[in-house]
Design a protein around this ligand. Sequence first.
Ligand code: FPP
Length: 247
Amino acid sequence: MHRLEKEKLPRHLAIIMDGNGRWAEQRSLDRVVGHQKGADSVRNIVRACREIGVPYLTLFAFSSENWSRPRGEVEALMALLREYLVSELQEMLDNDIRLQAIGDLSRLPKEVFSILSERVKQTAPATGMTLTLALSYGGRDDIIQAIRRIMANCRDGNLTPEDINERLFSMYLWSANLPDPDLLIRTSGEVRISNFFLWQLAYTEIYVTPTLWPDFGKEDLIQALLSYQDRERRFGLTSEQVKTGDG
Ligand code: FPP
């Protein structure tokens, strides 16, 4: 951890947690056991990010496409989410962690939605770290809901097409109160975005590790952050411009 430079940490770290199923299959276990282990990794990584000092952490916990998985698996994932929300309240309060959720939350089972809303309210004053769970989230859904609301505002005379720019558009996304991610980690070796933050990842550094999510721990996180610190972020400029600050 001492190898990390505080001033070079990502402000916003986003993670695609992948490989729970394969972790279980490699051990001839039910996929749900992989998700249970995955929930333990969530606990470890949230704690580690808070310790390290990452201000915003977003976890892609359930995609809009995940609703099409076998019913038993969806139910198990919802049960794990509920369990997590029950077990982690004290940890969040003790560590000044604010919880929020983005996605089409209307599709969540009522009980999960209600405990989630309660946790969001209970942790709202926290300022140490913002933990965002992307639940029933799809990047395309996000863009479409933003366009719908922008068009409704244009129709009602509150906006004109000329008002629309990148900044305004970002404000209509579910991630409106988050900075764009600086670093995206994807576990399990798949090199895809899988309909996660499509707009928000425009200039994000991407780190893919073969480690499966249930095996991903603090040391793996530190490796990813060290790799991020070694990169030069150019945002479309030349290396020379970045070095001289002339751009
Ligand atoms: C991907 O593994 C993971 C998911 C679809 C769900 C992520 C859920 C958790 C980490 C546990 C519960 C979450 C919380 C916040 C407590 P996969 O099933 O796609 O793995 P595979 O690609 O190997 O089949």
